[in-house]
Design a protein around this ligand. Structure first.
Ligand code: SF4
Length: 447
């Protein structure tokens, strides 16, 4: 159970020495109870108190690193049910299932698809993060041979070894030594040998149960066998059950600090129908999955799921923004067009992408509007004629161009006259309202 601020206070040194940055031990205790600071900030806390408080102040969903190196996936550490309360911490991973019944070429090809899945969206690299190798053949030799192909072709992509046979799991897990793989499924029948495999190979265990009661009993049993790092699968496969179980798991962990369910969740969302699979996977993204398993890599599906994940795991209280400056797109010369917009990341990346698509080298003046989009910034009085004029003057862009023409977004066409008043000698041109019309707009001007 989570400790209250007063209970935590009783365990602190009570010297009010302020080394933690708070004026009193009680203030520190209150912050610790709200999980807004770490116990490490108090250098004088006793070992005995550390043992009690360390457990009580640990994140309700256990932090686990799956995989190793630059492709490692961080999971867990979540502290809230709703993203408007606080940012969700670690984005879920997408994992592609590969069956060991596939040919060597097919397995190699799928590994390549995983490695090629990365896209760049608003400055972030998004990709399929992991591979699930399934022992569909039920042949341990074939499973090991397939694991060898994955180990050599997947270039460090984190791997889930999906075989309930402890011997097959043991033979394959050695191929991923020090790579923190997940061994799945661990159930009541194989818990002990699988725990031994995990301990010997520093692997994470994927615990699979039939319902939440069995799941919580199993995680406690596995913990007593000496394995701390687990991901959990309640056995839910239908959309309704997944939403229900995942919500109950997260609520039990966050609200009740119920440790037996305080682990990252893995959900298996494979479907024959790609649209259905995309919908199922989106449920996982929205409702607390840490690993979402899919059966196919399709670009359209990736784009939709990556975008959804990016939105859900963006801090809604902090606008994403880019630096205020004049960005060169292509190789602009003194004659090249000059456009202005705001510094909301999405606005910047969409507008700069469309300018790039036009193949007309240009300059994009990106103005600091505290990360707001054009219309919002205008409505909030941050993208006004006088502020735009001030920004253009202070940028000294006049020294680099031979014209004095500024293209403003179509949505703020109302500002054109007043900007001309504030920027004497400049011609203000109203650009398109929508970014996707920019290429045609720029090309027409260039001819
Ligand atoms: Fe109290 Fe520790 Fe903070 Fe000092 S550093 S005020 S002892 S909580």
């Amino acid at each position: 159970m989570a400790l209250s601020g007063v209970e935590i206070f009783k365990l602190l040194p009570k010297t009010n020495c302020k080394k933690c940055g708070y004026p009193t031990c009680l203030a520190f205790a209150m912050k610790l109870a709200q999980r807004q600071i770490s116990l490490d900030s108090c250098p004088d806390v006793s070992e005995e108190a550390k043992a009690i408080l360390g457990e009580a102040s640990a994140p309700p969903v256990r932090p686990i690193t799956f995989g190793a190196g630059d492709k490692a996936v961080k999971m867990g550490e979540e502290t809230v049910l709703f993203r408007h309360d606080k940012k969700f911490v670690n984005p879920c991973a997408f994992a592609l299932e590969i069956n060991d019944t596939y040919s060597e070429e097919e397995i190699s090809g799928l590994c390549e698809q995983v490695l090629d899945s990365e896209i760049d969206r608003v400055g972030q690299k998004l990709k399929i993060d992991a591979i699930v190798l399934t022992n569909a053949s039920r042949d341990s030799g074939r499973f090991e041979a397939s694991a060898k192909i994955v180990a050599s072709k997947a270039d460090g992509v984190p791997v889930i070894l999906n075989s309930e046979d402890p011997q097959a799991a043991e033979a394959s897990v050695k191929l991923f030594a020090d790579k923190r793989p997940i061994v799945y499924p661990v159930n009541s029948a194989n818990a002990e040998p699988m725990a031994n495999v995990a301990k010997a190979n520093k692997a994470i265990l994927g615990v699979s149960a039939n319902g939440l009661d069995e799941l919580s009993t199993l995680t406690e049993k596995i913990k007593s066998l000496g394995v701390q790092d687990m991901v959990i699968d309640s056995g839910a496969r239908k959309a309704k059950d997944i939403i229900e179980h995942n919500t109950l798991i997260r609520r039990a962990a966050i609200k009740k600090n119920f440790k037996p369910l305080g682990y990252p969740i893995i959900n298996f969302m494979q479907r024959e129908d790609s649209v259905l699979e995309a919908l199922m996977a989106s449920i996982g993204v929205l409702k607390y999955s840490s690993i979402v398993v899919v059966s196919k890599i399709e670009k359209w599906k990736n784009l939709a799921l990556f975008t959804l994940r990016q939105n859900i795991y963006t801090d809604p209280q902090v606008p994403m923004q880019v630096e205020q400056k004049i960005y060169n797109i292509g190789e602009p010369n003194t004659e090249s067009p000059l456009l202005v917009t705001t510094n909301f990341s999405l606005t910047y990346f969409i507008v700069s992408g469309e300018v790039e698509n036009s193949k007309v080298s240009s300059r994009l003046a990106v103005m600091d509007c505290e990360g707001l989009s054009v219309l919002t910034a205008w409505a909030a009085g941050k993208f006004t004629a006088s502020k735009i004029a001030q920004f253009i003057n202070e940028s000294e862009i006049e020294k680099e161009i031979s014209h004095k023409e500024l293209i403003i977004p179509g949505y703020v066409s109302i500002l054109s006259g007043s900007i001309e008043d504030k920027l004497p000698g400049w011609k203000i041109t109203v650009g398109p309202r929508e970014a996707n019309a920019i290429p045609a707009f720029l090309k027409t001007r260039a001819t």
